[in-house]
Structure formats: structure tokens, C-alpha cells
Design a protein around this ligand. Structure first.
Ligand SMILES: Nc1ncnc2c1ncn2[C@@H]1O[C@H](COP(=O)(O)OP(=O)(O)OP(=O)(O)O)[C@@H](O)[C@H]1O
Ligand code: SF4
Ligand SMILES: [Mg+2]
Length: 530
């Protein structure tokens, strides 16, 4: 796609410095407190992100994958400082921004932007797209050369939309077009780093490819640096230079894209890879490569001891239960946290006694299931039409839903394999609940600036957001995995919720999330936790 030349030289120019470390994260943690009772005593914490170390280099795309609830979005919000970290350090361009105050954060808001998952709920339905894309200029007090309108129209054409549609409302656009609007808004202030949280997962497969290609084109043209979060390996594969695989709040493998796909070293990565259906049904070797993880991800409230994956790992031994493996660079360009890595000569002898629960959690998948998912995958691959397909041993393209199918198909064979399907079911549920709340969520990324014109609207939004907070409260009283989905709802609701709504909540979690997002929308950093 040809990207129109920049009109004024005020935005969308980059100072590349490719390869330089742009973002450095050390020991990053986010523990959401679980409070209970009248006194709101803390009774535990959701260990959403539990010690991440990684770097993002200028001009690269870092893909982040993992099952639902493993902390991907929380990580994205921490590095964009929409959330205050519990521990660790975030450095941007060599500067410690972990606990920056309001003033210090203001320039960062221009440099780091986020694209949200759901284009239906992240755009205010009552504002024209001109207002939506122009909001960052107003919030930051930036006057582009030629005026905001002209710049917004230029941005519209950059993302492939008609500049004449400046005065239209979000409901007049399709999902893919809305996501383009979200991308235009993110690009408005000429950011250095764009964090895209599942940017295409709410879109049809055919539209996904278009949006992925647009992101790719923009990166080439503007020298952008991306962190792209996805649960769909096909998306991450085709856009990433390096990929981080997360499991229960930790990075278990971080490697160059090709290394990761050709020789995954962490058993969890291998399982994720093999859960991606193989496009060619004729491939006989598919049977031996296919691993489906069984069961849900354990609760992040009390993660398993030692290696967090040991309850689902078919290679687990006693040491895995007791000792946490550090993330080590076992090969140039490939960091792994595992005592018995795959594709590595120093594996533990395979006669080591396996933990019985992990052993039971595994099974082979039937040929029928494989053939079925492969056919689906071939269709997806054709739709994606992304270059590079077919250049490795592993599968190319994934339709998340297909992963759930083999669950019923049992073979008698004894386990060395497990079932990864639960992920897609969970994330579907999450996105459905998000959609259900879409009406109320849309209230405010751009809130601060134009609230005067929609008073009635904000009243109703307040009421709705208030009820979301109540839901979140109910969720947080239970120290069970349900907490996760409820609070995710609260988070989704707060994605664009108004600051006013927070005061109606009696639940500190929700209040934190809402005020955080509202502050973000107003270009301010989140309040520190008490
Ligand atoms: N504001 C919050 N309050 C309490 N818990 C939260 C909050 N936000 C997230 N969590 C919990 O932290 C964990 C990680 O959530 P997160 O949204 O980061 O996962 P994810 O990997 O993005 O999942 P998905 O793929 O479903 O989007 C989950 O257990 C979630 O319930
Ligand atoms: S072999 Fe052990 S350390 Fe490696 S992933 Fe499995 S349980 Fe974890
Ligand atoms: Mg998420």
C-alpha cells in the first residue's frame, strides 16, 4: 500500500536509530490486590505480571503471545504507564519512567501510544472521527501546521480511509475501518513506540490481514516500533521480529521469530506452536507434531511452585516442582526458562520419573481432528495471504476456534502430549463480555476535552460504568479464577470510562482501573497504589 507523503513535516517523521534499545523492562511486576470486607482488608493478590525482563529495540516488532489471562494486556498497560507497576523498572530511551509524575509523563504520552483490542468500544460513538483523531492534539496542546482538520484528514488517508469522511460517526464504519481510525488516533502525535493489544482479534479473518498489512506498511514507512500482543500465533508470526511467550505472568521464552518457530525450546512454546493447525491436510507428519495442552491455566492468585508450567508439562520432573528455572540465553537470540528444554543437547534424561499429574494431563490427538483443523487452517491461510507461508516445519496460520475441537477426540495413546484448546474459548468469552458492555465503555478516551457537549450522554455512561464497578466488586471478593474474568470486565469497562464513574464505585480495584484509564486519556500517569 502506498502511504501518502506527509503534508507538513510536523508529524509522522521519525528519528530511526534502528537497533537501539528503546524500551527496557527489568523485573516488572503488577500484583492486583484482592480486598474483602467492610474494611477492605487485602486478602491476596492477582499476580498478573510477575517479573518480566525484556528490551524493545527501535524499529523492531516484538510479538507477545500466551493464553488468556497470562498477563499480556497488563504488561502492555504497564509499559505504556496506564498502570502503575508494583515492582521492577521501566526505562524508555534510557530514562527511568517507572514512577514518573504528571509533568514527567506528559512528553511520554506523545511517544508511546496504545491501540486497543476492540474497535467497537474504543471509539466514542457520539464523536465524529474528526474529533476522535484530533483529540490527542487538543489534549497535548499541539497545533499542527495547517490546522488540526487538515492533519486529521491526512492521517485518514495514511490509514486508507477517505478524508472526506471526517465528519462521520464511528457507527458508519465497519470493524476494520474502525480499527484504522484507532490506528490513525495512535499515530497522530508521531509516537516512537506503539503497543497494540490484540489489534485484529475482534475482526473477521479477511479484514485481519488488511489491518496487519497496514500496520506493517506503516512500520516500513514511518520506522515505528511495535509491541504487538496476540493470542493468534499466525498474526504474531507474520509481523514480529522477536516473540515473547508468556505463561502465568512470566516470559518463558523470548527468541528471534525464525528460531522460535523452527526450534522452540520451551515445552509450552512447543505446545502453542503445535496447536496451530497445519494448512496442508496431506502432511502425514502432522500427527507426531501436534500437542494440545489440557486444562486451564492455573490461577494467578496462587501460581504453582517452581516452574509455573509444571502442572501441565509432560516433561516435568521433581526439580520443576521445587525450583523456578531462570530465563537464560541458551542459544544466541533465544532465551528460555526451562530445566529440560526442547531442541537442546543438555536435556534431562528422559527416563526421569515424570510427575503423575502432568503425565495424566496429556494425550495425543486423533487423525480426524487433525485433518479437520488442518482444512480450516488452510482456509485461514488462504484468507491471510501473508507472505512467508510454508517456509518452516511448523504450521502457518491459526484459527483460534479450531483448537477447541480436538478436545473430544480421544486416542488411547498414553501421554506425552497435552491440549491447548482452552485458550481460545476463554478469550472468546472475554471478548464477548467486552462487546456486551460496549455501549457503556465507549465513553472516554477523549473525555477531557469535549465533555460539555454531551452531558446527557455522560450521565447515562456514569450509571452504566457504576454498575460495571459493582460487578467488579462482586468478582474481587472471590479468591477464585472467576475474579479474573470479572475484573477483566472491569478493566474493559474502564478502557475508556470517565473519571466520574470511579467515585461511584465502592470497590478499590475498579476504582483503580477506572481512574487509571481516565488519567491516561487525559495524558496523565496512573495514581500510585497505596
Ligand atoms: N484491574 C484488574 N484488577 C484485578 N485483576 C486484574 C485486573 N486486570 C487484569 N487482572 C487479572 O490479571 C490477570 C492477567 O490479565 P490480562 O488482562 O493481563 O491477561 P491477558 O493475557 O491480556 O488475557 P486475554 O488474552 O484474555 O486478554 C488476569 O487474571 C486478570 O483477571
Ligand atoms: S520441563 Fe520442567 S522447567 Fe521445563 S517447562 Fe516443563 S515443568 Fe517447566
Ligand atoms: Mg488481554
Amino acid at each position: 500500500m502506498a502511504i501518502p507523503a506527509q503534508s507538513d513535516g510536523t508529524t509522522l517523521t521519525k528519528d530511526p536509530a534502528p537497533g537501539e534499545v528503546l524500551l527496557k523492562v527489568t523485573g516488572l511486576q503488577k500484583h492486583f490486590p484482592i480486598k474483602k470486607g467492610l474494611l477492605q482488608r487485602q486478602v491476596g493478590a492477582v499476580h498478573a505480571v510477575d517479573g518480566l525482563d525484556f528490551e524493545v529495540r527501535a524499529g523492531e516488532t516484538l510479538g507477545v503471545v500466551g493464553e488468556s489471562g497470562c498477563g499480556k494486556s497488563t504488561m502492555g498497560r504497564l509499559i505504556t504507564r496506564l498502570l502503575e507497576p508494583t515492582g521492577g523498572k521501566v526505562e524508555f530511551e534510557g530514562k527511568d519512567i517507572t514512577h514518573l509524575g504528571v509533568g514527567g509523563m506528559r512528553p511520554l504520552r506523545r511517544d508511546v501510544q496504545m491501540i486497543f483490542q476492540d474497535p467497537y468500544s474504543s471509539l466514542n460513538p457520539r464523536h465524529t472521527i474528526g474529533t476522535i483523531i484530533g483529540a490527542p492534539f487538543k489534549l497535548q496542546g499541539v497545533e499542527p501546521e495547517g490546522g488540526i482538520k487538515k492533519e486529521v484528514q491526512r492521517l485518514l488517508s495514511v490509514v486508507g480511509l477517505n478524508p472526506e469522511h471526517y465528519n462521520r460517526y464511528p457507527h458508519e464504519f465497519s470493524g476494520g475501518q474502525r480499527q484504522r481510525i484507532g490506528i490513525a488516533r495512535a499515530l497522530a502525535l508521531n509516537p516512537k513506540l506503539v503497543v497494540a493489544d490484540e489489534p485484529v482479534s475482534a475482526l473477521d479473518v479477511s479484514i485481519q490481514a488488511q489491518v496487519v498489512n497496514l500496520l506493517d506498511d506503516l512500520q516500513q514507512e514511518l520506522g515505528l516500533t511495535y509491541v504487538i500482543i496476540a493470542h493468534d500465533l499466525s498474526v504474531v508470526r507474520h509481523v514480529s521480529d522477536r516473540i515473547a511467550v508468556m505463561y502465568l505472568g512470566k516470559i518463558v521464552e523470548l527468541a528471534d521469530r525464525d528460531l522460535l518457530y523452527k526450534t522452540p525450546m520451551h515445552p509450552y512454546t512447543k505446545a502453542l506452536m503445535s496447536a496451530v493447525p497445519i494448512p496442508d491436510p496431506a502432511r502425514k507428519s502432522a500427527k507426531s507434531e501436534r500437542i494440545l495442552l489440557k486444562g486451564d491455566v492455573p490461577s494467578p492468585i496462587s501460581p504453582p511452585s517452581g516452574c509455573r508450567f509444571h502442572t501441565r508439562c509432560w516433561k516435568a520432573t521433581e526439580i520443576c516442582k521445587t525450583t523456578e528455572p531462570p530465563l537464560l540465553e541458551l542459544r544466541p537470540g533465544q532465551q528460555v526458562a526451562c530445566h529440560h528444554p526442547e531442541n537442546f543437547e543438555d536435556q534431562a534424561p528422559q527416563d526421569t520419573v515424570l510427575l503423575s499429574d502432568a503425565k495424566e494431563a496429556a494425550e495425543l490427538v486423533s487423525d480426524e481432528a487433525l485433518a479437520e483443523s488442518a482444512a480450516t487452517s488452510a482456509a485461514v491461510a488462504a484468507e491471510m495471504g501473508v507472505s512467508g507461508a510454508g517456509d518452516t516445519e511448523t504450521a502457518e496460520s491459526a484459527e483460534p476456534e479450531t483448537a477447541t475441537e480436538p478436545a473430544e477426540s480421544e486416542t488411547a495413546s498414553e501421554s506425552t502430549k497435552a491440549d491447548a484448546g482452552s485458550e481460545s474459548a476463554e478469550s472468546e468469552t472475554a471478548s464477548e463480555s467486552t462487546k456486551a458492555e460496549a455501549g457503556s465503555e465507549s465513553a472516554e478516551a477523549e473525555a477531557g476535552s469535549e465533555s460539555a457537549e454531551s452531558e446527557t450522554a455522560s450521565e447515562s455512561t456514569k450509571a452504566e460504568a457504576g454498575s460495571e464497578s459493582a460487578e467488579a466488586e462482586a468478582g474481587s471478593e472471590s479468591a477464585e479464577p472467576e475474579t479474573a474474568s470479572e475484573s477483566t470486565k472491569a478493566e474493559a469497562a474502564s478502557e475508556s470510562a470517565e473519571a466520574d464513574a470511579a467515585s461511584e464505585s465502592t470497590e478499590p480495584e475498579a476504582a483503580e482501573a477506572e481512574s487509571t484509564e481516565a488519567e491516561a486519556a487525559e495524558s496523565e500517569p496512573p495514581a500510585k497504589e497505596k
